[in-house]
Design a binder for this molecule. Sequence first.
Ligand SMILES: NC(=O)c1ccc[n+]([C@@H]2O[C@H](COP(=O)([O-])OP(=O)(O)OC[C@H]3O[C@@H](n4cnc5c(N)ncnc54)[C@H](O)[C@@H]3O)[C@@H](O)[C@H]2O)c1
Length: 263
Amino acid sequence: MGQLDDRVAVITGGASGIGRACAERFFEEGASVVLGDLNLGRAVEAAGAIEANGGTAHAVQIESTSPADNETLMRTALDKYGRLDIVVAAAGVSHSGYVSGEVIPREHLGLINQDPASWQRVIDVNLTGVMLTNQHAARLMIDAGNGGSIINIASVAAKVPLRGGADYCVSKAGVAMLTKVFALEMVEHDIRVNAIGPGFVATPMTAGARQTHEGMERMRAMTPMDRLGEPVEIANTALFLASDQSSYTTGQIMFPAGGMHVG
Ligand SMILES: NC(=O)c1ccc[n+]([C@@H]2O[C@H](COP(=O)([O-])OP(=O)(O)OC[C@H]3O[C@@H](n4cnc5c(N)ncnc54)[C@H](O)[C@@H]3O)[C@@H](O)[C@H]2O)c1
């Protein structure tokens, strides 16, 4: 018996890192998963790996800032598997030039030099994209009348200011508040909305920092547990929020961050 037997989960950013770990963990607990990602090749590969292990998974190419793509993604879950129970909004960027899987340094240092277009792209992907994913997921869940669980991947950066990362921090603080407001609005539909604020996690997003001694030291110095998190440690938090174990929990932000944000 799995914790998510017969459930259907949609995961944006499901091709890599935290999103992919959620897809794999949810599959292990019995869910069918739909992976939405900008990078179709990596999403197909991630879905194929789950299917090769006996699971049910499907990949869809999406641009998470597109309302139409979010609607199509949610409809795919209904069309292929007949229901939609869980949605994880994990698609995100660390800066406007970020391409997952490639090491691309930030083009500026500090808000004083920030180009408005690069600011807007981070807000679009990390905040507006999450809003659209929430909106389209909830519309289908409300129509189906079976409730649901929506999990937004924010960051410890929603609480902890990171020098040189104003766009990222502001986008994640926005996700935290969006989660709380939407949780209140969705209570009457039995849809729970929660967020996760990971600390530094060993995914492609931290690959650049992990490559240098200085980068590793900086991340460890900020983390009381003195190590980075593994993607599955974030996926286990998502599993709690996705499952009936968290049936009385909504509007919350959990911080699997090695003690980085305590409060
Ligand atoms: N890695 C960390 O240390 C860390 C810490 C806190 C929060 N987070 C958050 O976790 C989430 C996942 O990041 P990750 O570390 O797994 O990085 P990642 O690069 O491994 O995964 C991000 C995924 O999102 C996809 N994506 C990016 N922009 C997209 C778009 N516009 N539309 C659709 N898909 C898009 C990428 O293709 C990629 O597959 C992000 O929201 C990130 O901000 C990461």
